[in-house]
Design a protein around this ligand. Structure first.
Ligand code: GYE
Length: 374
């Protein structure tokens, strides 16, 4: 988990000479190497955003409203709803912003078009949550040519560094955490053979790529049998359809289902119920998900999900800090990883070690769920 800081003055110089944007590539010679951790409180601190909002509100008072274009992935999941809400709360009119929000409905062509429309509108900043990780360099060059800083949130862009900053999660670490927990859980329960079905997220999304890579690394190391791995597109319907077909094709052959987000898990649970397959803490099939929005945590507390690996959707307060920093001509952080927790129903795996770092497995209580921001 790290934060990287680069001087905005260097960025401005680069932009002026049109050599390059303020990319977040690690070989950026201008980057200072200060490393910090963004805590969950940072991410969840919608209240903290109020402090920087004062400055923005003054801008609003003086007529200096900042126009922000946000090309959001879509509305496929509880996680996405929380992400959208967070952005709308932070970049509100009352806080001195004019937010141009586009729901791209999981369509990459619509997302590219949305960014080009923001360029035509000459917005002050563009926020992109990239549906897929490639195909970005041309449009980001257009943003750079127009002099509009781009901030990427959540998923990563892998074929261009023409953006000022990125705020999001370490998806590979999430996948590794899931694998390390499964190993420890199976050992604690005396389960010696794991036959695994994976319901992946959207194909080409960095969240899917990272979670798959991390989990597969542990599966290969442990010699687990992954029977199948198909995309449920991060939706409940997608999860249900994939699981219905798995229940037919692999009847009686599987004892683990890994869902790459909460909503896919809801669909998978419905499909297993309909097929007469028992799952969860008292069932035959171990089922886990990623995201940890409130509904999924409730299922986990109720024993229907064995464990949930958090992905924090509340990036907007940190994006606002970056934008206000740029407005003030200050140094801004160019790469912020949010810190994330792991939750379980049972108290039999107290902690896991991921890439040499010990992570606590939080045993869920109703108090924890009630205190959740989303
Ligand atoms: O896990 C899923 C959403 O990009 C991390 O997208 C995000 C993922 C999240 O649809 O629920």
């Amino acid at each position: 988990m790290k934060r990287k800081i680069v001087s905005v003055l260097v960025c401005a110089a680069l932009a002026a000479t049109m050599i390059a944007g303020c990319g977040s590539s690690s070989d950026d010679a201008a980057a200072t190497t200060t490393e910090e951790t963004a805590t969950t409180e940072d991410a969840a601190a919608t209240d903290d955003a109020a402090a920087t909002d004062d400055a923005a509100a003054e801008d609003a008072g003086s007529g200096d409203v900042l126009t922000i274009g946000f090309a959001q992935v879509g509305h496929e999941s509880d996680w996405r709803t929380a992400s959208t809400q967070s952005c709308q709360d932070v970049f509100s009119e009352a806080n001195g912003y004019d937010l141009q929000f586009v729901d791209c409905d999981n369509d990459s062509a619509v997302q590219l078009e949305a960014v080009r429309t923001f360029i035509e509108q000459d917005v002050d900043y563009i926020i992109i949550d990239p549906i897929v990780s490639t195909g970005w360099d041309t449009v980001l060059t257009e943003c750079e040519d127009a002099g509009i800083p781009v901030i990427v949130i959540d998923r990563t862009i892998d074929d261009s560094d023409k953006y000022v900053a990125w705020v999001g999660s370490d998806f590979k670490t999430e996948g590794l955490a899931c694998g390390e927990w499964l190993k420890a859980y199976a050992e604690a329960k005396g389960i010696t053979e794991l036959n695994i079905l994976v319901i992946e997220g959207t194909t080409g999304a960095s969240a899917t790529i990272g979670r798959t890579e991390g989990f597969n690394e542990i599966a290969e190391r442990e010699g687990w049998n992954i029977l199948d791995s198909q995309s449920g597109d991060f939706t409940q319907d997608g999860g249900q359809q994939v699981m219905e077909s798995y229940c037919k094709s692999y009847e009686g052959q599987f004892n683990v289902v890994i869902c790459q987000n909460d909503n896919e898990a809801f669909g998978a649970m419905d499909a297993m119920k309909a097929a007469g397959v028992s799952y969860g803490v008292d069932g035959d099939v171990i089922i886990v998900s990623f995201d940890a929005a409130r509904t999924a945590l409730q299922y986990c507390l109720d024993g229907e999900l064995n464990a949930v690996f958090e992905c924090n959707p509340l990036a907007a307060p940190m994006v606002e800090e970056i934008i206000q920093g740029l407005e003030a001509g200050e140094e801004v952080e160019t790469e912020i990883y949010v810190e994330e927790s792991c939750f379980a129903n049972e108290d039999i795996v107290p902690s896991i070690t991921v890439d040499g770092v010990e992570k606590e497995m939080t045993v869920l209580t109703q108090e924890i769920i009630d205190a959740r921001a989303y």
